[in-house]
Write a protein that binds this ligand. Structure first.
Ligand SMILES: NC(=O)c1ccc[n+]([C@@H]2O[C@H](COP(=O)([O-])OP(=O)(O)OC[C@H]3O[C@@H](n4cnc5c(N)ncnc54)[C@H](OP(=O)(O)O)[C@@H]3O)[C@@H](O)[C@H]2O)c1
Length: 301
């Protein structure tokens, strides 16, 4: 049983809470009296959230841990800080994410979508596993339905999930390589990896009372969308944004997975908003999951 009232005084972690849906999710948890921890590459960008939480009538609090989640060092340092300060974690929302218009490498030599849209979620789950276990935590990974279909226009033909070459799972630097790089597919591939690793960890940790689910929040008017709008349509940005969900509407699906008592035993699932939805076959393949986990663990060792 979790329920929103039960978060009072508990530690919940929300990455990417400086804006967009993350800020709404963090604010809602604080409204329920939680101690919200976020990781931000520029802590001053959490000032608005800080002020909003301070003005709430409840007892919710905010702690900002400085950290750039696109680097191994940033993920390791952030999780070390969290471990030193907190014994147990009740909820972890891996929400931080980004889309890049071209091929870029992180300081670890890893393509940026893998570095931002997959590795932080994996690192937060595995490096904080003892604290998650003590809190019998719910983990929600915010992904994108591009992991089922990378077509931008879906009028004709069938869904086109991102391709994953199984042999590339052994070496993170081979994922989203520069040859044949397509930004939207690279983003989708990183989200699919997050789901894949989540399924495997969910199975392994179910007996400890940890649940791990993934969610597509809908198409939501946030900063990430501006990067995705083609240049020719940018003058219509305000109009286009009006056709999308608000950050509050988008955040609702994540909040439900994190708190709804009816979902307390639900784990290892992917939801398109509120609908339990199957993902591409490779995501369920235990051998592929294992190869991905081994190469990811090697990075954090
Ligand atoms: N909007 C949509 O339609 C949509 C659809 C499907 C999935 N999603 C997913 O929803 C999640 C939330 O995105 P959003 O739509 O709310 O977009 P957003 O407003 O751009 O928020 C992204 C958040 O991630 C943080 N972030 C990015 N790179 C980071 C890094 N290297 N280290 C630490 N934090 C970093 C950003 O912090 P800074 O302040 O430092 O930039 C920001 O707080 C993402 O995972 C996204 O992929 C969004």
């Amino acid at each position: 049983m979790i329920g929103r009232e039960a978060l009072n005084g508990h530690v919940v972690i929300v990455t990417g809470a400086t804006g967009g849906m993350g800020r709404v999710i963090a604010l809602e948890f604080a409204r329920d009296g939680a101690h919200v921890v976020t990781v931000a590459r520029d802590p001053s960008r959490a000032n608005t959230l800080h002020a909003q939480i301070e003005n709430l009538p409840g007892r919710g609090t905010l702690e900002v841990v400085a950290g750039d989640l696109s680097t191994r060092a940033g993920i390791v340092a952030a999780t070390q800080t969290i471990r030193a300060r907190h014994e147990s974690i009740r909820v972890l929302v891996n929400n931080a994410g980004a889309h890049f218009p071209d091929h870029r490498l992180s300081t670890d030599g890893i393509e940026m979508h893998i570095a931002v849209d997959y590795l932080p979620a994996y690192g937060m789950m595995t490096l904080l596993q003892n604290e998650l276990r003590r809190g019998r935590a719910r983990v929600v990974n915010v992904v994108s339905d591009t992991l089922r279909d990378t077509r931008k226009i879906k009028l004709f033909g069938s869904a086109r999930p991102p391709e994953i070459r199984i042999e590339n799972l052994d070496d993170l630097s081979q994922l989203n390589s520069v040859r044949g790089f397509v930004p939207f597919q690279a983003y989708a591939r990183a989200k699919l990896l997050t789901v894949m690793a989540g399924y495997s960890l969910a199975r392994e940790w179910a007996a400890d009372g940890i649940t791990i689910n993934a969610v597509h929040p809908g198409i939501v008017a946030t900063d990430i969308i501006d990067v995705l709008i083609p240049a020719a349509l940018r003058p219509l940005r305000t109009l286009i944004r009006r056709t999308m969900l608000t950050p509050e509407q988008g955040a609702a699906a994540t909040l439900r997975l994190a708190t709804d008592p009816a979902l307390q035993d639900v784990t290892g699932r992917y939801f398109v908003r509120e609908s339990d939805t199957p993902t591409p076959p490779i995501s369920y393949d235990p051998a592929s999951q294992q190869r991905l986990r081994e190469s990811s663990d090697r990075l954090f060792r």
